[in-house]
Write a protein that binds this ligand. Structure first.
Ligand SMILES: [Fe+2]
Length: 219
């Protein structure tokens, strides 16, 4: 007897107002190290950067976008069995990624987040794919069947939002090959029941400076 257990729900949708997304790019650019030496970054500065420990959801210019993200995170959390009357689901971190031609995103996860996700603002590479992998990418030595298939691809398209469990490994399959930069917003949601109210910790040494900077953008 073989039984099948533990399916993984992955959520995706499309944000329709692409003109609004495009209008955000100059504002998102302000969060890159070219424009702001204070920001911490990860990645290869020549090909792609992600600001880390950024809390761009505090910036009111992105309110419409984060309201949209939150709306879908709530739907997704309900599918995953979170009782929102008893548990507090909250957006803990958000940051922006810019990727030039030749950039890669190697496999990683956000293990402390209950929901991780991405909203694509721009990509001009027809073969740009996000992969999600349970445990690790498909092992070529395994015979493909429904149990060995543990990797899925999502085509990167402007306006697409993808939500997935934070502990799922993910990355980008190939080097980015678009002429215009890929731009996306990434974010992590947490719940109080699993990680306690203090999550995520905002690193004290960057907290005040960074938050002050972000709050300058408030009306
Ligand atoms: Fe990630």
């Amino acid at each position: 007897m073989i039984q099948k257990w533990f399916p993984t729900p992955i959520y995706y949708e499309h944000y329709k107002d692409l003109a609004h997304l495009r209008s955000l790019i100059p504002h998102l650019k302000k969060y890159t190290p070219d424009n702001n030496k204070e920001l911490l970054v990860q990645g290869d500065i020549k090909t792609g950067v992600a600001t880390i420990n950024s809390y761009i959801h505090f910036d009111k210019r992105f309110k419409k976008i984060f309201d949209y993200i939150e709306e879908h995170a709530i739907k997704y959390a309900k599918v995953r069995g979170i009782d929102l009357d008893k548990e507090f689901l909250y957006l803990g971190k958000s940051w922006v990624n810019f990727a030039k031609k030749g950039s890669k995103v190697s496999e990683h996860n956000h293990s402390k987040a209950y929901i991780s996700g991405v909203l694509y603002i721009n990509s001009t590479d027809m073969n740009d794919n996000l992969y999600l992998a349970k445990y690790r990418k498909n092992d070529p030595l395994l015979v493909p069947n429904e149990f060995t298939q543990n990797t899925v691809l999502y085509k990167v398209e402007p306006g697409k939002i993808i939500l997935f469990p934070g502990d799922i490994s993910h990355g980008v399959l190939k080097e980015y090959n678009g002429d215009d930069e890929r731009v996306c917003i990434s974010f992590d949601f947490y719940t109080t029941s699993i990680y306690g109210k203090s999550q995520p910790p905002i690193p004290k040494h960057i907290n005040d400076k960074l938050l002050k900077q972000i709050k300058k953008n408030y009306d």
